[in-house]
Design a protein around this ligand. Structure first.
Ligand code: GLY
Ligand code: MN
Ligand code: MN
Length: 461
């Protein structure tokens, strides 16, 4: 473990807490799944960002002068026989580079002492139910000592603010892990595509879960700990359900399969979607829609570089999709008007109802403000053409090198009056992960092909 890296992050954060500030950072609680079995444990991303420590039952306390105290589970031979190795407070300072480590069993007595004579307590607001109550309890203990001369913190501030800003721009270490996560996920998509074609050629019954199994196999083979989110493997019309999961529906020749799946590697997510013909050959209508989504993604990629705004790729996507929907007859110009009308009135929303991307990092929908922090005061109002709701707009975030985002346009055609039948039940999304650079962006997920011809060639192999 590179403990210097985490020490640098703690120092950067400490400098923002103020000299009399102190931050409390819990890791995630264990979550019961049923009776005495827990969900697979996943640490808290903020905590991990500052410590590199993945054990449950731990807290970091960071003072404004940079002093870091870790509370962690004490060594316990019997518990370790059942649950596995624990680092323990004795070994933690050398292993993690913290100044001090104590047993988490002492949290309620030790933490109030650390809060004494501090002005501001920082902790992540609205993250874990009950955290505010625990902070209250610790502050009550400090207050009980004011008659002995102790000062009680007068302010509480949200630690998510400074931490979100730090996490939004990924350092070289983070980018390296994200590239490796993306490579593993790309291989998994290739494997699922090839398996689909091979099994159908062999006349086998293919189900969505068969392809999910191929994804999981490749994730774990590459060293990934788990999927970064529930994999979507959607055959045929299921692709039009945005939050579909990998279920048991048959994967049939002649239909498309939409797979949205990415692994998590060493705490970092990847997020890829590919849509491919189950048997390796696009039909005409499928290809027409596919090429349109891909062209809209090309436009979004071209709009992704430092200095552009977060919304620019979305707007570039929408422009291409709007024109294509008119050209292919999914929207009737006699009814909806010009391309500009389609955009202004959001008529495309019938087929494209999500945004073109999100931040990506430790969390698949990563933290970080989508509003440009230097322009939060520049509020404008607009009326949403579909709901009539008055929406407050602020200028969207200016992209900087090292920010990572997804670029994921799609089209989802549910049967409806006036929609040409040849397109019914086709759902397509194409999603890649991009690291913003000075002059453009680096697409880190192109280990799996995206052009229709290349997908067909791959599936013939
Ligand atoms: N896989 C989640 C998303 O694409 O946002
Ligand atoms: Mn995504
Ligand atoms: Mn996705």
């Amino acid at each position: 473990m590179n403990s210097a890296l985490y020490a640098q992050r703690r120092a950067r954060l400490a400098a923002q807490l103020g000299p009399d500030g102190i931050a409390i950072v819990p890791t995630a609680p264990e979550q019961p799944r049923n009776r005495d079995t827990d969900f697979l444990y996943r640490h808290d991303s903020y905590f991990y960002y500052l410590t590199g420590f993945t054990e449950p039952n731990a807290w970091l306390v960071l003072a404004g002068d940079g002093r870091a105290t870790l509370f962690c589970a004490p060594k316990d031979l019997e518990r370790e026989i059942w649950d596995g190795y624990r680092l323990g407070p004795e070994a933690a300072p050398a292993a993690l580079g913290v100044d001090e480590a104590v047993s988490v069993a002492t949290l309620d007595t030790t933490l109030p002492r650390l809060l004494e004579n501090r002005g501001t307590v920082w902790y992540p607001f609205a993250t874990y139910p009950g955290l505010e109550t625990r902070v209250d309890g610790w502050l009550q203990k400090v207050r009980a000592r004011v008659r002995f001369g102790a000062l009680c913190p007068e302010q509480q501030r949200d630690l998510c603010g400074p931490l979100d800003e730090m996490r939004l721009v990924k350092d070289a270490h983070e980018q390296d892990i994200m590239r490796r996560a993306a490579d593993i996920s790309a291989r998994a998509h290739v494997r699922a595509m090839q398996t689909s074609a091979r099994m159908l050629r062999a006349g086998q019954d293919v189900r969505e879960y068969h392809l999910d199994a191929e994804l999981l196999h490749e994730f774990r083979l590459g060293g990934s700990q788990y999927p970064a989110y529930g994999s979507i493997v959607a055959a045929g019309a299921n692709a039009c359900v945005l939050h579909y999961r990998a279920d048991a529906a048959p994967v049939r020749a002649g239909e498309l399969v939409l797979i949205d799946a990415g692994c998590e590697l060493d705490g970092y997510a990847s997020d890829i979607t590919r849509t491919f013909p189950a048997d390796g050959r696009f039909t005409g209508p499928q290809r027409a829609l596919y090429d349109l989504v891909l062209a809209s993604q090309d436009a979004a990629v071209a709009a992704t570089r430092a200095g552009q705004r977060f919304n620019d790729p979305h707007e570039a996507t929408v422009k291409v999709l709007a024109q294509g929907l008119l050209d292919l007859g999914l929207l009737d110009a006699n009814k909806v008007g010009s391309v500009q009308d389609v955009i202004d009135n959001r008529s495309y929303f019938q087929f494209y109802m999500h945004r073109t991307g999100h931040w990506l990092g430790m969390d698949v929908h990563d933290c970080g403000s989508y509003v440009e922090p230097t322009q939060v005061g520049e509020v404008s109002e607009r009326k949403d053409p579909l709901s009539g709701e008055l929406i407050k707009n602020r200028p969207s975030r200016i992209l900087q090198p090292g920010m990572v985002l997804t670029i994921e346009p799609g089209l989802y055609v549910r049967p409806a009056e006036g929609v040409p039948e040849q397109f019914h039940n086709i759902g397509i999304r194409i999603e890649d992960d991009a690291i913003v650079t000075e002059n453009g962006c680096e697409l880190i997920t192109r280990g799996v092909p995206v052009h229709a011809d290349e997908i067909e060639a791959l599936m013939r192999e």
